[in-house]
Design a protein around this ligand. Structure first.
Ligand SMILES: [Zn+2]
Ligand SMILES: [Zn+2]
Length: 336
């Protein structure tokens, strides 16, 4: 029996030769973690290894853990297998993990985005024989516009709300999307207020030296005067929550790749939807795979069946493996 360099087991992506798991979903002794989102970085592992930049958020979310950080690009050897972490462009500190043994190279991409958003370490294509890719937005309908255009739209919406005496409430993932939005917003338009779930992450990132423009945590003491012309950023749990009432009158919008599907905005009773994702779109996935020169692609969460079929039609070896990663859900589970 040929043992693959990486295998999909009931506990996670396993490297038997090194006896380590990548983003495991069951408790294992040694975990290599691509990024701090709850479905990839779970609690209860014996030890954790991640990029240096990913560690502060992981410690914040997972509590006391036995964890070690490694700079991007540095190679470590475990039982003769070489591992290195490379920027995935998904959120600050996110990694693709390169695994090499006797000249055979695999890359587990975790979640990734090709566009440089200005705050996240830029995605690095890592040549390999086998590439494990997410497929969150693996359909041709997902075709992102450059983020500068999206921010122009957001700024126009914010100004229009100000003219009408309304507060702008923007729903964004508290880890990753919220900071990308804050970094790229024109803060001269008005104050940027944050829900605690967002501000807690901001504090962790600022403490590690990330330059985020000023934001202000929403507290019960905040006055109507202080909310005037503001843009408020919070997770999806604020929708329909009494917490929102204090901002009346307000308008709501969500920044998400899912806003490319019209029904999602209507279903959430949002006033606006802005299409901005921290995952690769259809062309991003294809460009990446073409640039790697890989022979084989393993597709995981998202439109993995459809995308694998498409790759096979293009002459690549492609197979689907099931994982317990949740993909980018429209609802953020703040509890985990
Ligand atoms: Zn993620
Ligand atoms: Zn994922």
């Amino acid at each position: 029996m040929i043992v693959e360099l990486l295998e999909f087991t009931s506990s996670g992506i396993y490297c038997e030769k090194a006896d380590v798991y990548i983003d495991p979903w069951r408790k294992v002794p040694k975990a290599l973690i691509t990024h701090g989102h709850a479905d990839h970085a779970r609690s209860g592992m014996g030890s954790y290894l991640a990029s240096e930049a990913a560690l502060p958020v992981m410690r914040h979310r997972l509590g006391t853990i036995d964890a070690q950080g490694i700079p991007y690009g540095r190679e470590i050897c475990i039982n003769g297998v070489k591992f290195s972490f490379h920027p995935a462009g998904h959120l600050i500190g996110s990694s693709q993990i390169r695994v090499e043994h006797k000249g055979e190279v695999w890359v587990a991409s975790g979640d990734y985005k090709v566009e440089n958003d200005g705050i996240t370490e830029a995605f690095e294509p890592v040549p390999c024989h086998t590439f494990i890719t997410e497929c969150t937005f693996g359909l041709p309908v997902f075709d992102w516009r450059p983020q500068a255009e999206v921010f122009e739209e957001i700024h126009a919406w914010w100004r229009k709300n100000q003219e009408q005496g309304k507060v702008s409430v923007l729903v964004a993932y508290s880890l990753g999307k919220a900071q990308r939005v804050i970094h790229n917003l024109d803060g001269s338009i008005g104050p940027i207020l944050t829900h605690g779930a967002v501000e807690n992450i901001n504090e962790v990132l600022r403490a590690q030296g990330i330059d985020l423009q000023d934001t202000r945590r929403v507290t019960p003491e905040i006055t109507k005067e202080e909310m005037k012309g503001a843009l408020v950023i919070g997770p999806s749990s604020i929708l329909g929550n009494p917490w929102l009432r204090k901002f009346s009158p307000f308008e709501t919008a969500m920044v998400s790749g899912w806003m490319a599907m019209r029904g999602n905005r209507r279903r959430r009773a949002l006033d606006r939807g802005f299409v901005l994702s921290d995952h690769a779109d259809w062309k991003g996935l294809n460009q990446t795979i073409e640039s790697l020169g890989c022979e084989r692609v393993i597709t995981t969460h998202g439109y993995s069946e459809i995308y694998a079929r498409y790759l096979r039609e293009r002459g690549l070896q492609a197979q689907v493996e099931s994982t317990e990663y949740e993909g980018d859900q429209i609802n953020e589970n703040e509890g985990s």
